[in-house]
Design a protein around this ligand. Structure first.
Ligand code: GTP
Ligand code: MG
Length: 193
């Protein structure tokens, strides 16, 4: 998809605030700082529509972005940010679970994992959670620019093995820096629209 129009619709914390439309939705999940907001910006050719920063925990709400009047991207707050209280973590869990298990428009989740490191326990839990609810998953391994090309395969294998990766899902090597994987990511997403 070649995107010319994208805008933020709402930052929601509860279902009452989700936009009332039938448009298909693609949600972004992943550890804080893994590159979820950067992924959105890369796919829609914008520098900073989805707010990014070096400070983890920047995205705190479910942010709905309308893309070309064709779909919503839903930027989800990252998990695994150490400086978050137990209460806040529980609130986060509730918000994500409610959204993922009740939102009928949700067509697939892009689950982002840092290509440089083995998946964390939370990355694995997120994947298992999505498989349990039978939600199609697109694994996007981010920051490929930080790993020499010759080592991509090895890192991909480590991630797939740890996740017990389901071959039905897509696996895409990605970099918002070099735009590596941008076309593949759109192709994977468009299958669900
Ligand atoms: N080198 C490199 N840096 C990246 C890439 N993607 C994101 N970053 C950097 O990683 C940091 C975090 O990126 P964000 O897109 O804000 O991450 P996020 O997952 O939205 O983080 P939260 O909103 O805190 O959950 C920023 O400094 C980005 O510039 C990438 O593909 N390559
Ligand atoms: Mg973010």
């Amino acid at each position: 998809m070649n995107v010319h129009n994208a805008e933020i619709i709402i930052s929601a914390v509860s279902p009452a605030q989700y936009p009332e439309t039938d448009l298909p939705e693609i949600a972004l999940a992943g550890r804080s700082n893994v590159g979820k907001s950067s992924f959105i910006n890369t796919l829609i050719n914008r520098k900073n529509l989805a707010r990014t920063s070096g400070k983890p925990g920047k995205t705190q709400t479910l942010n709905f972005y309308l893309i070309e009047d064709a779909l919503h991207f839903v930027d989800v707050p990252g998990y695994g940010y150490a400086k978050v209280s137990k209460t806040e973590r529980a609130k986060w869990g509730q918000m994500i679970e409610t959204y993922i298990t009740t939102r009928e428009q949700l067509k697939a989740v892009v689950s982002l994992i840092d290509l440089r490191h083995p998946p964390t326990q939370e990355d694995i839990q997120m994947y298992e959670f999505l498989k349990y609810y039978d939600i199609p998953v697109i694994i996007v391994a981010t920051k490929s620019d930080k790993i020499p090309r010759g080592k991509w395969n090895k890192h991909e294998s480590v991630i797939k093995k740890a996740l017990n990766f389901d071959k039905k899902d897509d696996f895409i090597l990605f970099s918002s820096q070099t735009k590596n994987g941008k076309e593949e990511a759109w192709q994977a997403i468009e299958k669900y629209l």
